[in-house]
Design a protein around this ligand. Structure first.
Ligand code: DC
Length: 223
């Protein structure tokens, strides 16, 4: 029997990078739930739907196909939007639509359906607290805002995205954290049974090893 691993934490803490690498080691599939909020935001922006109009955004979402491919690319209604959803303008918009209760309900139901088969590492903000409350392993991954801003800057430069300066990125990260932690529905918080991993002073390899160590007793139980 395979297990599910939930990874929550603030933006740019390294959740996706670590989840991808650990998936390779374990033969598991990564589900990046943030990409689903990003797709919702991107489509709303493109269609000039105000991000705080819950009914309109929900109606749009009902007819929307979001597909997370096992190798990591993201498709919105059949279009590869893997790069478009990473633009800075989409990040805050994703945080905005993620405040809407019925948007969350729609996406959470999709995520729960996807993870039914087990063998997933799912990352987001509410995975351990709402989406997969029965995940065998729950990690709360954090890092200082400065460390996260440095990583995001490097990531954006490497992937050819438009790049803001470090101070702007750090401010944007702090604003988004605040909004994600203080929203009314499913705010970002550590699940009581999650283990906190602070990656500020850890390399990617050290972080993967640390999470693997936490998951090891449960992986041993796999048939
Ligand atoms: O992980 P990310 O930065 O790609 O997520 C984008 C936004 O989506 C984030 O600011 C908050 C929201 N989000 C959420 O509310 N719940 C999730 N499970 C994942 C993301």
């Amino acid at each position: 029997m395979r297990i599910n691993i939930a990874i929550d934490g603030p933006s740019a803490a390294g959740k996706s990078t670590i989840a991808k690498l650990l998936c390779k080691e374990l033969g598991y599939v990564h589900l990046d739930t943030g990409a689903m909020y990003r797709c919702t935001a991107l489509k709303a922006l493109r269609n000039n739907i105000p991000l705080d109009e819950e009914e309109a955004v929900c109606h749009m979402l009902e007819g929307t196909d979001i597909t997370l491919k096992p190798e990591g690319s993201v498709f919105l209604d059949g279009e590869d939007v893997s790069k478009a959803i990473r633009e800075d303008a989409v990040s805050m918009a994703a945080s905005d639509v993620s405040k809407l209760q019925h948007v969350r309900a729609d996406l959470v139901a999709r995520q729960q359906e996807m993870a039914k088969a087990k063998g997933f590492i799912m990352d987001g903000r509410d995975i351990g607290t709402v989406v997969l409350t029965d995940a065998e392993v729950k990690i709360y991954m954090t890092a200082s805002a400065h460390a996260r801003a440095l990583r995001r800057l490097k990531q954006n430069q490497e992937s050819g995205l438009s790049v803001s300066d470090l101070a702007t990125i750090e401010k944007e990260i702090e604003a988004r954290d605040w909004q994600d932690m203080h929203r009314e529905f499913s705010p970002l918080k550590k699940a009581d049974d999650a283990i906190e991993v602070d990656t500020s002073n850890l390399t990617i390899e050290e972080t993967v090893a640390r999470i693997r160590e936490i998951a090891e007793p449960f992986l041993k139980l796999e048939g």
